[in-house]
Ligand binder design. Sequence first.
Ligand SMILES: [Fe+2]
Ligand SMILES: [Fe+2]
Length: 255
Amino acid sequence: MLLKASHPLPLLSPTSSEASPPPPASLRLALSLPKVQTRRGRVVAASGGHVITGVVFEPFEELKHSELCLVPTAPDQSLARQKYADDSEAAINLQINVEYNASYVYHAMFAYFDRDNVALKGLAKFFKESSEEERGHAQKLMEYQNKRGGKVKLLPIISPLTEFDHPEKGDALHAMELALSIEKLTNEKLLSLHKVAQKCNDAQMSDFIETEFLGEQVEAIKKIAEYVAQLRRVGKGHGVWHFDQMLLDEGAAAA
Ligand SMILES: [Fe+2]
Ligand SMILES: [Fe+2]
């Protein structure tokens, strides 16, 4: 209703003065002031050479010519969407896919370390939680996509490895090195997503990625890098069992 007003400020319209009740004293003062032409061609009331702001409701004029007044009526269009570029929407969908792929690989690692003939329960627990965490990231991005008025498009997930043993490194170190690669790759993808937000001048999206993802990603890389370093020290045998117990204890402490 407001956007369809024929005049930005009907109270100040000379044509409406007959039908309307007399304006309050403060407005009568404003109405009696001389008018000046601004550089942008708008007429505002002035007093003693000083422009009085707030007398002319400029936002109404701007709304008339802005996309703000274009509220979509098609049922398949978002009502909330504003300044959200198609490139940003597509990039968010790609990042959802990256997170799901990471989640899938970690889930495969959980299944491997949980086998009865592998039985490294600390690693199984760690990768199960990692898988859930990556799915949580995908969920957060999906909610963000909807918040901005985009549409979530789920892309195919690559089938992960099922065997993680390695003749020289053993399974624990091999899996943890893979995890470190995945986290670094995810970080690169997040930085690319951030670049898209910046290219589109989307300050809110940049802030979202920085606040919700970039810091946590750097923390994850540091943590897994330390696990890789520790597994390189302990070798493939008995030391791996101790490392696995440490992961179990860390879980217990966190709980
Ligand atoms: Fe993630
Ligand atoms: Fe991660």
